[in-house]
Design a protein around this ligand. Structure first.
Ligand code: FSX
Ligand code: SF4
Ligand code: F3S
Length: 381
């Protein structure tokens, strides 16, 4: 009988079992799922198992600035108990303003001590945008601006991860006119960092990034915006469960209409899946499996993870089709459905003699037809 890939980490796995209160089978499943999420070759789960099973956990300093704490919440509120246990057990969360018991000067002292003890080895995670306008006075902790603290903490970090769209490029707080000059971590530090955008991002994308760092001593491969390719390498539209409806020209035209009830494509309601790079459609949210993500729930993707789309374009403006156009044989995606011609409306008025009612319908139908201006090209993707 061939050796099980986890046999040589049996004792470590037993230790994990005791630490986390999960079975070896669950631990094996987690490692295999993480390897798959990372797009690693078969057998890589063994390296992941060894890295996670090690008692030595990297110290993590987690800073919070302009945000809603949704990133931390999504990490901790996952339904599956092993997820939060694994996150808290895989890393040593030495400083996290929302979760730590310490407060005030005690908390600041804990941060400084951890940075000193783990100089050059800790991972810095930043959640939230950093206000840069007026010398950064719009966000201070312990009397220091967010700009200064981020620079101080990044100086001796082994790796810097910006979690959420706010920390990645400014996100929601940077919405025009961006009164506080909310910016992303890379801009403040003047150097690239790993970004895990999304508002909030999927916790598995963060966890898989950290596990990759643990298992291989380096962060995963990223694109030019710092996004790990395993999670942000493809546009949502490519793997959307409603994609067949898009290709066949079956669209919901308004919330609650027949197309919406039948699960048709949400493109005409403003879905930004065709110009948003993320794996929402394949891994889902809330740790309850597939089909739990915005589009599956009936709402268009707003492009929350895509710079220049989320919090930048109107929610119901139609998306730019990135890198693809439907074959000529397919129905046009921007043809004007539900439109009533003026001639037809006039005939209707004449026949029914209901001028007021008909003109109301005409207005309604014209409003329903897709006369939106094309979305601005996303220069950053
Ligand atoms: Fe909130 Fe995080 Fe959005 Fe921002 O997620 S879910 S506002 S990306 O920084 O807390
Ligand atoms: Fe899915 Fe949106 Fe693409 Fe339609 S436009 S297939 S709903 S991602
Ligand atoms: Fe955000 Fe769209 Fe995914 S709104 S969560 S990027 S489906």
């Amino acid at each position: 009988m061939s050796a099980h890939p986890f046999d040589h980490v049996e004792s470590s796995a037993a230790a994990v079992e005791a630490r986390l209160g999960i079975s070896r089978r669950e631990f094996s499943q987690f490692c295999a799922a993480t390897a798959t999420t990372l797009g690693l070759a078969a057998g890589s789960e063994s390296a992941i198992a060894q890295a996670v099973a090690k008692a030595q956990r990297p110290s993590v300093i987690w800073l919070h600035y302009q945000e809603c704490t949704g990133c931390s919440e999504s990490l901790l509120r996952a339904e599956h108990p092993t997820l939060e246990k694994l996150i808290l057990d895989t890393i040593s969360l030495d400083y996290h303003e929302t979760l730590m018991a310490a407060a005030g000067h005690q908390a600041e002292a804990a941060r400084k001590q951890s940075m000193k003890d783990n100089k050059g080895k800790y991972v810095l995670v930043v959640e939230g945008a950093i206000p840069t306008k007026d010398n950064g006075i719009y966000c201070k902790v312990g009397g220091h601006t967010a700009v200064d603290i981020v620079k101080e903490c990044a100086a001796d970090a082994a790796a810097v991860i910006a979690i959420g769209s706010c920390a990645s490029w400014g996100g929601m707080p940077s919405t025009d006119p961006n009164p506080t000059g909310a910016s992303g971590v890379a801009k403040v530090l003047g150097k690239p960092v790993v970004t895990i955008p999304g508002c909030p991002p999927n916790p598995y994308n963060f966890l898989a990034t950290v596990v990759h760092f643990l298992a291989f001593g380096k962060l995963p491969e990223v694109d030019k915006l710092g996004r790990p390719l395993f999670a942000y390498g493809r546009i949502i539209h490519e793997h959307c469960e409603r994609r067949a409806h898009f290709d066949a020209g079956r669209f919901a035209l308004e919330f609650g209409d027949e197309g919406h009830r039948k699960g048709h494509c949400l493109y005409k309601l403003g879905c930004k899946g065709p110009e948003t790079y993320a794996n929402c459609s394949t891994i889902g949210f809330g740790d309850v499996g597939e089909s739990n993500w915005p589009v599956a729930c009936g709402h268009p993707c707003i492009g929350c993870s895509e710079q220049g789309v989320g919090f930048a374009k109107p929610i119901h403006a139609t998306a730019k089709l990135v890198g693809m156009s439907p074959p000529a044989g397919y129905p046009k995606v921007v043809e004007e459905q539900g439109k009533t011609s003026f001639a037809a409306a006039a005939a209707l008025v004449a026949i029914a003699g209901a001028a007021a009612g008909a003109s109301a319908m005409l207005t309604k139908n014209l409003g329903k037809s897709t006369g939106e201006a094309p979305a601005t090209p996303n220069k950053d993707a």
